[in-house]
Ligand binder design. Sequence first.
Ligand SMILES: Nc1ncnc2c1ncn2[C@@H]1O[C@H](COP(=O)(O)OP(=O)(O)OP(=O)(O)O)[C@@H](O)[C@H]1O
Ligand SMILES: [Mg+2]
Length: 251
Amino acid sequence: MRGAAITLEGVSKTYDNGLLALQATDLGIDAGEFISIVGPSGCGKSTLLRIVADLVQPTQGQCLRPGEFETGFVFQEAALLPWRTVQKNAELLMELEGYRAPDCAARAAEALKLVGLAGFEKSYPHELSGGMRMRLSLARALALRPALLLLDEPLAAVDELTRDVLQEELSALWKEAGFTAMMVTHNVHEAVFLSTRVVVMSARPGRVLRVIDVPFDFPRAPELRSSPAFAALTGEVTAALRHPVAEQVSA
Ligand SMILES: Nc1ncnc2c1ncn2[C@@H]1O[C@H](COP(=O)(O)OP(=O)(O)OP(=O)(O)O)[C@@H](O)[C@H]1O
Ligand SMILES: [Mg+2]
């Protein structure tokens, strides 16, 4: 499967209450890229993701999504249905999209295997750890075989070790499946480890401050995290995030 290409042209969003959440944003995303979005809390990252998902309409500008394809969305909260088994939770989005029951079952089972949850099909969400719930949320989106996967701080709620492991697994999955990924995160290391490019946004109303290329080869080994080149790039992203603060201080 090939990933979707996305183009944002002058996209801005003012919510009904008059709040300007996002300023004119231009961004071109190639098929199969992994883009991370970092920026201060409230700067419009989730708004941007929801516009790309077509869940929110921009006030100005447009988001071009050429072609017909499935979009998977992994929310910050796993948002699982507690009365459904792991298998039935994994089938949910396909079911809502109107897929035939046997296809839902087969593809959900395949996605659960991909995220390492085979054997837990009959469990219920409350019987899973936080990391496993996250995996289930990911499986639910992957079952759609999305050409575009949108992730809103998917790993924020898991401990650091689990987070590292999940990052490596997510990176491998993305490489193998070929979808385009767009992920919001507050973690600069995570953004650099996973991405082909990191988008740095300003404080609200958000705008794109910088787009930073991440030149490391894939697959990315865990050792990358302790390399000087990795430290230099995370330093560059952090500096870009702090840039507007420095401006304010010197003004
Ligand atoms: N449905 C809505 N109606 C009105 N205002 C909203 C709505 N959704 C978000 N906002 C406002 O828009 C701004 C951007 O919100 P958004 O959720 O996109 O930020 P964010 O960058 O994802 O923040 P965080 O990092 O805290 O998740 C915030 O000030 C928020 O209060
Ligand atoms: Mg958000």
